[in-house]
Design a protein around this ligand. Structure first.
Ligand SMILES: Cc1cc2nc3c(=O)[nH]c(=O)nc-3n(C[C@H](O)[C@H](O)[C@H](O)COP(=O)(O)OP(=O)(O)OC[C@H]3O[C@@H](n4cnc5c(N)ncnc54)[C@H](O)[C@@H]3O)c2cc1C
Length: 393
């Protein structure tokens, strides 16, 4: 059964197929229209699947380009590349994820010291500000786990510039509630709206435009008329290049570690060829992760039928479980910055433990895309034709 926001691979592929006719000029024309809960028919609603790679960016782009030429699907393809851009940008400045977590703790602590700020924050979180569009979107987010991209921009802008709330607390609210919560897309999009990504260029919500894009359903009053860009709470280091990792040894008995960062590992030929003796997963960190993770594990079991199923493991017990299963390497796809990396990498990056090494497969898509994510989006955008003509991941 297909759900509103696909959370397994079969539903995601079905959604992709049914969306293909709309991914061309219709998407460019209509994608910003907000028709409210249950009405998001001009966009794909694939983000919860893409975020977990139930379907990969490459599969989506290839399917779209099998249906439209690049010129007609340019807008949709660019949006998928925005996802890769944020991923690659953060991956080359992973300390900014930690910086955000620290700034968030400070912002939370300030709430306890400032009762007025705390009350304003409560009203925003509960959708009781009296700003009609803002309150409706916050309710939709709480009830469905989704908001249209254009709505996310308006809500972030109103949060920062009209309600004068710290952007870190808004990013945290989205991260807690979104079905597609992604450390890179979410944190960096909030920074973009706040005017901290492209320095000095903030996004200001406009009441007239909200009225037009919602067919007059909303007419928010009292919105800020200028954007006072907040002080940056996180320092932006120069890009560092992609983290060093060890590649899988094609001959080593392997424990395949399934994570919510990539739930279609069986589609990757280089992994398919490994001598996989055991399969395990680590729990995701998002409250919507249960069903996609179960789906990813089920497909892994089918792809490697001879492998022992070790189920969900505590990150601290992964090497021990691998040793017991007779494996000499633990292999996952590359784990990008975020809560899964925070839980796993400190435990798995030890040089050698129980005689086991941890190896990561970097998808070809990321290898081709991320090096162009060091500056603004345009540097990546001009590489899109070359990237989509490249080989398979
Ligand atoms: C403040 C803010 C927070 C956001 N937080 C997240 C988040 O946590 N996770 C997330 O996946 N996206 C996030 N986005 C990006 C975007 O809003 C969603 O990806 C999009 O709304 C998902 O709906 P869709 O799948 O129907 O998108 P479609 O319009 O159908 O686009 C297709 C795919 O392209 C990607 N995409 C589209 N727009 C963007 C964008 N602006 N940035 C990055 N990727 C994009 C998504 O993977 C999406 O599924 C955020 C945007 C803003 C402004």
């Amino acid at each position: 059964m297909e759900t509103g926001f696909p959370l397994n691979r079969a539903d995601a592929l079905h959604r992709l197929k049914s969306f293909l006719p709309q991914a061309g000029s219709a998407y460019a024309r209509l994608r910003n229209r907000d028709e409210g809960p249950g009405g998001h028919r001009h966009v794909s609603r694939l983000s919860a699947s893409l975020r977990r790679r139930l379907v990969s960016e490459e599969e989506v782009v290839r399917a779209v380009l099998g249906h439209h030429d690049l010129a007609s699907a340019e807008k949709f393809v660019s949006e998928v590349f925005w996802r890769s851009y944020w991923k690659g940008w953060l991956e080359q400045r992973p300390s900014m994820w930690q910086g955000y977590r620290t700034a968030l703790s400070r912002a939370r602590a300030r709430l306890d010291d400032k009762p007025e700020l705390k009350a304003r924050h409560e009203m925003a979180v509960q959708g009781r500000t009296g700003i009609d569009y803002f309150d409706a979107c916050i309710t939709e987010l709480a009830e469905t786990g989704y908001l249209h991209n254009w709505s996310r921009m308006q809500i972030a802008s109103i949060w920062i510039f009209t309600l004068n709330l710290p952007w870190e607390l808004g990013a945290d609210l989205f991260f807690e509630r979104l079905l597609d919560a992604d450390p890179a897309s979410n944190t960096l999009s909030w920074r973009w709206v706040a005017g901290l990504h492209t320095v000095g260029k903030a996004y200001l919500a406009d009441p007239e435009r909200i009225r037009a894009m919602t067919d007059g359903r909303f007419a928010p009053k009292g919105l800020a008329r200028s954007a006072v860009i907040p002080a940056d709470s996180i320092s932006t280091p120069p890009p560092s290049g992609i983290r060093e990792r060890r590649s899988p040894d094609r001959a080593a008995p392997t424990l395949l570690l399934v994570t919510t960062e990539d739930l279609s590992m069986e589609e990757i030929p280089a992994l398919r060829a490994l001598p996989v003796r055991a399969i395990a997963c680590v729990d995701g960190k998002n409250r919507w992760d249960g069903a996609p993770l179960a789906d990813g594990m089920e497909r892994a079991r089918q792809a490697w039928p001879g492998a022992r199923d070790l189920g969900a493991l505590d990150p601290a017990g992964v090497f021990e479980a691998a040793a017991e299963a007779g494996c000499t390497q633990v292999t996952s796809t590359f784990i990008p910055a975020g809560p899964v990396a925070d839980a796993l990498l400190p435990r798995l990056q030890e040089p050698k433990s129980h005689g086991i090494v941890f190896t990561e497969h970097l998808r070809d898509w990321d290898r081709r895309t991320w090096p162009h994510c060091r500056k603004g989006f345009f540097a990546l955008k001009e590489k899109i034709p070359g990237i989509v003509e490249g080989g398979r991941a």
